[in-house]
Design a protein around this ligand. Structure first.
Ligand SMILES: Nc1ncnc2c1ncn2[C@@H]1O[C@H](COP(=O)(O)OP(=O)(O)O)[C@@H](O)[C@H]1O
Ligand SMILES: [Mg+2]
Length: 390
């Protein structure tokens, strides 16, 4: 049996590890390798859906890969292919040094033969079993001795913070607790790879935030490789060491959360993650420093230009609200955009200044509110402006 022994003795997931001589997976070792994986579905009307389209990625021990994208982009299908619940059409999957699927070599291991655990959106707990029995299930399946099962289950339940409800049944505990039980069941089996499919989407916002922190702490400590599916960018940013942004079955960008946020590879990635101002227009100047676009509210220069652009091209300039400043007087920098001041939206941590022009809304976080209906300026540093093809 591969994996992690549960030698943890403290109840807090933030306490230092009590015993470092566990056989937890060696960090940096590639636990999951997916190569050129494709899965097509046939629709009833005869069309083919490329749910997963030539995806390649790898996840090392201790790494947390988030698969992020809107509904229907192929996240669940990709995860199910890795788990062995869906048969891909092409490609290769290696788990823990073993090929579990290869279209070329005609290898296909069943879900049971793959050393991984899954945590689903619906907790998939057995309602007629106590919390203890739910967590013990994978261990009993492996014919592990009764005393050992008891020790492991109690230890992990304490670690995940559900020791007080260990004798309860799933429908007598809260959603957050049910999710912890599902997590405990995944951790107790000690697999080097744990797959998550939107596990927090049924949990309320406050508990969700807490569970994110705990999940990250547990994952870093146990050192398993995680693949986590979500359409929630906050989940993705906080949990991921790497984010794969999926677009129609393809990887649009695979990078750290910071990189994906600060250097989005495409308009799709930029607008899916975080809030943005989008200014469509035509390229009017191209030089070694950047590109200028003529837009409805003025000419805007940007220095982040991932693709080659030429004068006359249709383009879109994008910047985030936290990089924009509103003012009543003309700014001094190169980017001076004109719009009509509307209102301030205060959200606690910051105030957002809202401007409009021709029914389009612009949001900036800096500067003082103007009079409602007053014409004002928006300034933004060209180094914070991204120019993409339209
Ligand atoms: N069993 C199926 N039969 C036909 N089409 C499917 C099936 N499962 C998923 N799809 C299609 O594949 C695409 C990807 O679906 P899915 O992986 O569930 O996306 P996500 O998890 O990102 O919402 C969607 O267009 C979906 O309609
Ligand atoms: Mg899904």
């Amino acid at each position: 049996m591969s994996g992690i022994q549960l030698t943890e003795t403290t109840s807090s997931s933030f306490a230092p590890a009590a015993d470092e001589q566990t056989d937890k997976p060696e960090r940096g070792r590639e636990v999951l390798i997916v190569q050129s994986l494709s899965k097509f579905f046939q629709r009833a009307n005869g069309t083919t859906v490329p749910a997963v389209d030539g995806v390649s990625l790898s996840v090392s021990a201790g790494e947390f890969l988030v698969l992020l994208g809107p509904s229907g982009c192929g996240k669940t299908t990709l995860l199910r292919c890795i788990a062995g619940l869906e048969k891909p059409d092409a490609g290769r999957i290696d788990i823990d040094g073993k090929t579990v699927y290869s279209s070329v070599e005609r290898i296909e291991l069943s879900a049971q033969q793959r050393t991984l655990s899954m945590v689903f959106q619906s907790y998939a707990l057995w309602p007629n079993m106590s919390v203890f029995d739910n967590i013990a299930y994978p261990l009993r399946n492996r014919k592990i001795k009764k005393a050992q099962v008891e020790e492991d289950v109690n230890r992990i339940a304490k670690l995940v913070g559900i020791d007080e409800v260990i004798t309860q049944y799933p429908n007598h505990i809260s959603g957050g607790q049910q999710q912890r039980v599902a997590l405990a069941r995944a951790l107790v089996s000690g697999d080097a790879l744990v797959l998550f499919d939107e596990p927090l989407s049924n949990v309320d916002a406050k508990v969700r935030k807490d569970l994110r922190v705990e999940l990250t702490a547990l994952q870093r400590r146990f050192g398993f490789a995680a693949v986590y599916v979500t359409h929630d960018q906050e989940d993705a940013m906080e949990l991921g060491t790497q984010i794969a942004v999926l677009e129609k079955g393809k990887v649009a960008q695979l990078a750290s959360p910071r990189e994906v946020y600060q250097n989005p590879a495409s308009r799709y990635v930029a607008t899916f993650i975080g809030s943005t101002n989008e200014l469509p227009g035509k390229v009017v100047a191209v030089d070694s420093e950047g590109v200028e676009v003529e837009t409805a509210i003025g000419r805007i220069r940007g220095t982040h230009v991932p693709h080659t652009m030429n004068v006359g091209d249709e383009a879109v300039a994008i910047f985030r609200p936290e990089h924009g400043t509103v003012s009543a007087v003309e700014p001094t920098g190169p980017n001076k955009l004109r719009a009509v001041y509307r209102t301030e939206l205060f959200s606690g941590s910051h105030a957002e200044q809202i401007l409009t022009f021709q029914h389009k809304v612009y949001r900036v976080w800096h500067g003082e509110p103007l009079e409602r209906g007053e014409e004002g300026w928006i300034a933004v540093d060209p180094d914070k402006v991204h120019i993409f093809g339209a």
